[in-house]
Design a protein around this ligand. Structure first.
Ligand code: KIV
Ligand code: ZN
Length: 526
């Protein structure tokens, strides 16, 4: 398998996106099938080589997500994670069976600490597990990737034997994860180079790296591995992932592209879609992007100081090493209003990274037209708000917002009052009213009563997506269920900030039930 680009003659680094698997494993991120599909479609549209859609054996929900992505997303190889257990591999294979190009990603830990304390297996048992699981996976999917979990803390001679066995059994991608983010760039690059040399496989084998960011070195470690022969990099959009996260793919991609002179490699992905993808992932996961985040942050291409502005005006290369348009940071803003038709609306959705099926599109267009009667100009933030509401209100959601009324102001005696109606999947309406310290507090007390969950509010944030007074309000909440200790986050977006806060709470409750179902824990007997 050559990694050389026929046109340029330089090596291509494959981009493996794990936003939907490792990224979603991050604390308090829960995505439903519709949300994962949106992200997967956008990743494919951007040209990501491999999309890790999930860990099929983890829960029925995960299985369904992988299956839907395998069915509906084309253009990228779709992969699912599996331990070396037969049941995991069969679940991965079943969920991937409709994919045009499928890969099973088999992993087992190889470091002394993981083998002794987590797996309670000897080196010989780990080797046997590789020798039986990889051929099974190979017989059930188009290709197999093998990962030695915690590679960077494993013994290199053992690793070389394990990787040789995995290749002999049919794996064509060998992944070298820095699972706990312990590696440092010079050492990790040399380690990867030594593994490649020691294994001595032919060009049909691609070496991959998967770096975590516990020391803030995930991107640097990944790039050092590329310099030493890795030709696949795994990571997540916005750097999402377990603990400190995974390597931020947008940073890896732009470093390889911008410093092609140094890495002597390229990527095939359409980098002009990076900002849209980052924004979509942020909206759907509810994890905001820092303004100073490289490549996709709001300030990534902003020049504030007079000296810098003067330099950029004279010659942009004085202070800019990349062009904003190369990452899609300067997409033309098209304002929509009541005269805009369905085509313009759909076009804008595509530019924002959303691909809606017919029914959802009809609902979104109807909601857009209604909003046009309320507002003269409809911004991107408004459109995202109404689309996110439609996508997030997938059938598996337990509650949806029916309606609410708020009474507040200096003349109200007794304090702000809220009356909230929530609907359950059987279309029943559940209503309660409460008085609180403020309108949001009152609404939250009313919803506590309706849902009969005495949730602890661990985090509450509300902000605006732009500076004008009619901009979109975005609320994020994290709740914890005291009985089970489970936590979940939710977000809501609306031009009405109280509504955004209520929707964030409803979404957190729904996500809590999703987390409980995945962990097979009952909440209130459900
Ligand atoms: O971090 C890790 O080691 C992983 C593996 C399953 C690839 O996520
Ligand atoms: Zn990982």
């Amino acid at each position: 398998m050559s990694t050389k680009n026929a046109a340029t003659g330089i090596d291509t680094v494959r981009i493996f996106d794990t936003t939907l698997r490792d990224g979603e494993q991050a604390a308090r991120i829960n995505l439903n099938v519709a949300e994962k599909l949106q992200i997967a479609k956008q990743l494919a549209a951007m040209g990501v080589d491999i999309i890790e859609a999930g860990f099929s054996a983890a829960s029925p929900g995960d299985f369904e997500c992988v299956r839907s992505i395998a069915r509906e997303v084309t253009g990228s190889t779709i992969t699912a994670l599996a331990r070396t257990k037969e049941s995991d591999i069969k679940a991965a294979a079943d969920s991937l069976k409709d994919a045009a190009r499928s890969r099973i990603h088999v992993f087992i830990a190889t470091s002394p600490i993981h083998m002794e304390y987590k797996l309670k297996m000897t080196k010989e048992q780990v080797m046997d597990a590789v020798k039986t699981s990889v051929p099974l996976a190979r017989s059930l999917a188009g290709e197999v990737e093998f990962s030695a979990e915690d590679t960077s803390r494993s013994d290199i001679s053992f690793l070389i034997e394990i990787f040789k066995a995995a290749i002999a059994a049919g794996a064509t991608t060998i992944n070298i994860p820095d699972t706990v983010g312990y590696a440092v760039p010079e050492e990790f690059g040399a380690f990867v180079g030594n593994i490649i040399k020691g294994v001595g496989a032919g060009p049909e084998v691609i070496y991959s790296v998967h770096c975590h960011n516990d020391l803030g070195l995930a991107v640097a470690n990944s790039l050092s591995a590329v310099k030493n022969g890795a030709r696949q990099v795994e990571g997540a959009i916005n750097g999402l992932g377990e603990r400190g996260g995974n390597a931020a793919l947008e940073e890896v991609v732009m470093a390889i592209k911008t410093r092609q002179d140094f890495y002597r490699c390229g990527v095939t992905l359409d980098t002009t879609k990076l900002v849209t993808t980052s924004r979509l992932v942020s909206r759907l996961t509810g994890v905001p992007v820092n303004p100073n985040k490289p490549i996709v942050g709001a300030n990534a291409f902003a020049h504030e100081s007079g000296i810098h502005q003067h330099g950029v005006l004279a010659n942009r290369e004085t202070y800019e090493i990349m062009r904003a348009e190369d990452v899609g940071a300067e997409a033309a803003v098209m304002v929509l209003g009541k005269h805009s038709g369905r085509h313009a609306f759909q076009d804008r959705l595509t530019q924002l990274g959303y691909t809606l099926e017919k029914d959802d599109l009809n609902n979104a267009f109807a909601a857009f037209k209604k909003l046009c009667d309320e507002k003269k100009e409809v911004s991107d933030g408004d459109i995202e708000a109404l689309v996110v509401e439609i996508i997030s209100t997938a059938p598996e959601r337990r509650y949806t917002l029916g309606s609410y009324e708020i009474e507040c102001g200096t003349a109200i005696i007794g304090g702000p009052t809220a009356r909230v109606v929530l609907k359950t999947a059987d279309d029943k309406e559940h209503c309660d009213a409460a008085v609180g310290n403020g309108p949001i507090d009152a609404a939250y007390i009313a919803m506590q009563r309706i849902t009969n969950l005495n949730l602890i509010l661990e985090n509450f944030q509300i902000g605006a997506t732009s500076h004008s007074s009619d901009s979109v309000g975005e609320a994020q909440v994290t709740v914890r269920h005291p009985g089970t200790g489970l936590a979940a986050s939710g977000r809501g977006i609306s031009t009405d900030t109280v509504r955004a806060a209520i929707m964030a709470y409803v979404s957190a409750v729904n996500n809590l039930y999703m987390v409980a179902a995945a962990k097979e824990v009952k909440i209130n007997g459900n």
